[in-house]
Design a protein around this ligand. Structure first.
Ligand code: ADP
Ligand code: MG
Length: 700
């Protein structure tokens, strides 16, 4: 076909699609993707990826979005929201005849790196025939490396912190032509404290654009975000339950010291299983992983947590995605949005902080049409409260009993391991302390009560011969500036347990002594405070902030990420448009300038009076010194930002995706036929589907 004919054909397709989309009824209830007015390139991409029939959220949200509406789509985990957001994105740019030269046309924001990578993967799959370029902006690499390429991208998939950093620091970053903004897992983005960041990002975007929001839960915060979009598609709002119908959910009642016995026994009796096991902190994950590996249950064990290096996480994600039988011990970094293929069991050894976290965790199984099981361990004092919040959220859960005869105690083995290996003992102590702390910090005091935990028995169950001492020191104060916090932290350690705390006899416990204490339990003596919830807001923030760095707890929601003022003090040449606009307001400095003297207008947009040479010299030196100091502060803030981002609990993905990460950051054009196309037969059974999923994951 000649180039001209080809152009004409494309032009016809653009026109036809535009008309069809305009005429699309929001109530159309197509069943198959090929009934939708989509470009032939997208249709081919979908077919080749074996996406034929739409899920409910796709049936409802895609036609609305193609019609040009702003959509807020809420649907259960595993119900296919990724395609529901990506198809309208690609089509929007296609119908706008977007080309490489048109710059940034679409932004997708995801709460974590790992989810961003996964969305990017799906985009590559279904968009493989298009010539749009897409990149990941998720941190983990030098800003400059991303800066160089970011402008060549038509589609960016980002985490909020990193995106804002580019908006502020990448002079050439331009979103003026943005056509479509998408927030995936919007509830999580807000829960993680990115609200301010997201608002700042949105302020930078053109008002004339389409906005799509997706989330698995319908929290108030998401409804608040609904101001960005007027059409709601709550596909499962009327449904009886908020979790997938193919998910069987159970809980068992157990005592804290029995948890590991039950887990080990479960694993031993379910060897041909792929299981995801949640704990509340990395330290517990490490301890259980290290010791269980030594006890050789007879199935592969893996662990994933926020303290691991990016490449390590990539490797683990890759392995767990493709392995048939294994148990992955993880913190909540693995709970959000990730699509591990064919997980049979999600086991929550430590209770989730609330019902939404529960829903996200169990959502890692029973994805799409696959069946799945979830098991929650509840302590007697957690039972009533947790069941209450789950019921309120329409989670159907059934009690099961474990036969005592089926439980093998691992306490002796753990004791032996602790005895033989000081490192294991150290891990065990840390696991104990971090669990106690996680309960102590839980915000829902109606469910969690650290006073009711049998501390001694619990520490014995972890193989320890003595109960580690814990201190929670408190310093009064009510400053809430993040920098003040770090300053204070340097002065003295705040709440939290440092390594030195363990077994340190002379730990002083600083608490709010003014509070009266009618009676003292052992634990209260341990923490030396009566009412665990009597904290100032500032204090809570300190705890949360500290723990971002120190550890991760299911209890901890992030403090709203501060937007450090230091970002306002950029070198002039690196000023972005947003910053330049801000700088304009410096014009007010003209009003304050001295009268009757010559005024100099400097690069920063400030006016200065020119005076005698020596004065000028001194001023110049002072100014340079100040600039250096500011730069220093700025560097520190950037380093801190990075740390915050890292603790976003970003996972990296499959090994092979390593390459993709690099490619993507370098620039990925769907058209470039680097990716081999996988030939597959239509899957008939669940096994086929599993196999297909594996092939697709491995095939790239
Ligand atoms: P959610 O974001 O709602 O949790 P995902 O978009 O991650 O769900 O999709 C869950 C799984 O379902 C993925 O493995 C995806 O490939 C699969 N899936 C989604 N839509 C379809 C479809 N229409 N046909 C077949 N599989 C689908
Ligand atoms: Mg999703």
């Amino acid at each position: 076909m000649s180039a001209r004919k080809n152009r004409n054909r494309l032009q016809n397709e653009f026109d036809e699609l535009e008309i069809k989309c305009q005429n699309l009824s929001p109530y159309s209830n197509f069943e198959y993707f090929n009934e939708l007015p989509l470009s032939s390139l997208t249709q081919e991409g979908l077919q080749e990826s074996n996406y034929i029939q739409m899920t409910e959220i796709q049936r409802k949200a895609i036609p609305l979005a193609l019609h040009g509406k702003d959509v807020l789509g809420a649907a259960k985990t595993g119900s296919g929201k990724t395609l529901a957001l990506l198809i309208p994105l690609i089509e929007k740019l296609f119908r706008e005849k977007w080309s490489q030269l048109d710059g940034l046309g679409a932004l997708v924001i995801a709460p974590t790196r790992e989810l961003a990578v996964q969305i990017f993967e799906v985009l590559r799959k279904i968009g493989r025939k298009h010539t749009l370029s897409a990149g990941l902006v998720i941190g983990g690499k030098k800003l400059e490396v991303e800066q160089e390429r970011i402008n060549r991208m038509n589609i960016l998939i980002c985490t909020p912190g990193r995106l804002l950093q580019h908006m502020d620091q990448t002079a050439s970053f331009n979103c003026d032509n943005l056509q479509i903004l998408i927030l995936d897992e919007a509830d999580r983005i807000l829960d993680m404290g990115f609200e301010k960041t997201v608002n700042a990002i949105i302020d930078n975007l053109p008002k004339e654009r389409q906005t799509l929001l997706f989330s698995a839960t319908q929290t108030n915060s998401v409804k608040d975000l609904a101001r960005l979009s007027l059409t709601y598609v709550f596909v499962h709002e009327q449904s009886e339950h908020s979790t997938p119908p193919n998910l069987s959910q159970y809980y068992l009642l157990c005592k804290l010291p029995e948890k590991l016995d039950i887990l080990f026994s479960f694993i031993k009796s379910h060897l041909k299983t792929k299981g995801l096991v949640f704990f509340s902190s990395c330290k517990q994950v490490r301890f259980v992983y290290e010791t269980f590996c030594k006890m050789q249950p007879g199935v592969t064990l893996m662990h994933l947590h926020g303290k691991q290096k990016q490449h390590k996480r990539l490797e683990i994600f890759n392995k767990f995605s493709s392995i048939k039988y294994a148990y992955l011990f993880a913190t909540d970094i693995a709970s959000r949005g990730l699509d591990f293929p064919a997980v049979d069991w999600v086991i929550q050894v430590d209770a989730p902080e609330n019902a939404d976290t529960y829903i996200h965790r169990v959502g890692r199984t029973a994805r799409y049409e696959a069946p799945g099981n979830a098991l929650l361990y509840l302590l007697p004092n957690e039972e009533q409260g947790m069941l209450g919040v789950l019921e309120k959220k329409k989670v159907p859960i059934e009690k099961i009993k474990v036969k005592p005869s089926k439980i093998t105690s691992v306490q002796k083995q753990l004791q032996l391991l602790c005895f033989k290996d000081p490192e294991i003992k150290y891990l065990s102590q840390k696991a104990f302390i971090s669990y106690m702390r996680s309960v102590y910090l839980q915000s829902d005091k109606s469910i969690f009560n650290v006073n009711e935990l049998p501390a001694e028995e619990f520490s014995s169950s972890l193989g320890l011969s003595g109960t580690p001492k814990i201190k929670f020191a408190k310093k009064s104060g009510s400053k809430n500036d993040i920098r003040e916090k770090s300053k204070e932290r340097n002065e003295r350690s705040e709440i939290g347990i440092s390594d030195d705390d363990i077994n340190s006899v002379d730990n002083q416990i600083k608490v709010d002594e003014k509070k009266s204490k009618p009676k003292k339990t052992k634990l209260e003596k341990m923490f030396q405070r009566k009412n665990m919830s009597v904290f100032t807001d500032h204090y809570k923030k300190l705890v949360e902030y500290e723990s971002d760095k120190e550890d991760e707890f299911i209890t901890l929601k992030r403090v709203n990420h501060e937007l450090p003022e230091e970002f306002e003090q950029k070198k002039p040449e690196s000023l972005s448009k947003r910053k330049l606009l801000m700088a304009k307001s410096k014009k007010h400095s003209i009003a304050n300038a001295p009268r009757g003297e010559k005024l100099l207008f400097d690069e920063d947009g400030n006016f200065h009076a020119a005076g005698p040479v020596l004065d000028q010299k001194k001023k110049f030196l002072d100014k340079e010194l100040k600039v250096m100091e500011e730069e220093d502060v700025k560097d520190k803030i950037i380093a801190k930002e990075k740390q915050l981002e890292d603790s976003e609990e970003e996972i990296a993905f499959k090994n092979k995706r390593h390459k993709i990460l690099e490619d993507s950051e370098e620039e990925t054009t769907f058209k470039n036929k680097r990716h081999k196309i996988l030939e597959v037969e239509e899957p008939m059974t669940l096994e086929d589907q599993e196999e297909l999923a594996l092939k697709l994951l491995e095939g790239r």
